[in-house]
Ligand binder design. Structure first.
Ligand code: CO8
Length: 263
């Protein structure tokens, strides 16, 4: 008799390309619903990736069938107002949003509620043509709680945000691309590979410039223009002191590929 196999972890880790960590949500029987434990596992994995010099970019995905059906409604059912305010997930979301390295989301299928918010916490979203995005919390008597009003309105504009948040409707990948919620739509079966290829391309770029580039573009969402431009000029100047700047210029002048060291 064969010994019973341990259950598969709810968050899978692999390295599909050098420098790329892929995190795959793996709760198919609950449509990848983001329980506190699963969300915490994502935040923990990103914290570890932040400290790991071998990780240069992350692909975040729910696999080929569904991205994520949102927060775990069975868990939410037991919450009251005080419990929602003290929810451990608030800290997990903050850790995910503060991750300093680039995240490429590969979205196949539904990204609803917390799933849509998780996709929005990525820096670049690649969506399969069959993907759908929505914030259906209104159907539960709620509003989104992890960026589905604030970040969605900044990324997609208030009209689309109002439609999703108030009517609970979804938008498909084409509309999501048109409104700026996703960077690219590709055939469903090409989505995972395209996200990995983008992450691999980023992983090969000079890491300090990548890091500052992410911070700068993110800041554009939140700070006044003059302040953002000042931050940009300082970052631009600071990068002149890096070995990767010298290597990039030397490689250009010597007509050879650059070898960046992340320094
Ligand atoms: N939570 C828990 N379980 C879920 C969830 C979910 N969000 N979604 C699906 N499941 C479970 C179902 O209960 C079912 O379990 P069981 O087999 O034990 O009955 C199983 O997954 C399969 O579900 P379905 O039979 O419904 O599968 P379908 O493929 O027919 O439908 C859907 C899939 C369309 C995704 C459907 O399940 C659905 O509509 N799910 C709910 C979507 C939703 O409302 N999401 C928003 C949740 S609220 C939220 O995200 C708030 C975030 C706030 C964060 C705040 C942090 C502080």
């Amino acid at each position: 008799m064969t010994a019973p196999q341990p259950p598969a972890p709810e968050l899978l880790h692999d390295t599909p390309e050098p420098g790329v960590l892929r995190l795959t949500l793996n709760r198919p029987t609950a449509r990848n619903a983001l329980s506190t434990a699963l969300l915490g596992a994502v935040a923990d994995a990103l914290d570890a990736a932040s400290a790991d010099p071998a990780v240069h970019a992350v692909v975040l995905t729910g696999g080929p069938a569904i991205f994520a059906a949102g927060a775990d409604i069975k868990e939410l059912a037991t919450r009251d107002t005080a419990g929602a305010l003290d929810d451990a997930r608030v800290g997990h979301w903050q850790r995910i949003r503060r991750f300093p390295k680039p995240i490429v989301a590969a979205v196949n299928g539904l990204a609803l509620g917390g799933g849509c918010e998780l996709a929005m916490s990525a820096d670049i979203v690649v969506a399969g043509t069959g993907a759908k995005f929505g914030q259906p919390e209104i159907n539960l008597g709620l509003v989104p709680g992890a960026g589905g009003t604030q970040i969605l309105a900044r990324l997609a504009g208030p009209q689309i945000a109002m439609k999703l948040v108030l009517a609970g409707e979804t938008i498909d990948a084409t509309e999501a691309k048109q409104c700026g919620l996703v960077a690219e739509t590709v055939a469903d079966d090409a989505c995972q590979a395209r996200a990995v290829a983008l992450a691999a391309k980023i992983a090969a770029k000079p890491a300090l410039a990548v890091r500052l580039g992410k911070e700068l573009v993110r800041a554009a969402r939140d700070v006044p223009l003059e302040q953002g431009l000042l931050f940009e000029r300082k970052a631009f100047a600071a990068l002149f002191a890096t070995a990767d700047f010298r290597e990039g210029v030397a490689a250009f002048l010597e007509k050879r590929p650059a070898k960046f060291a992340g320094k």
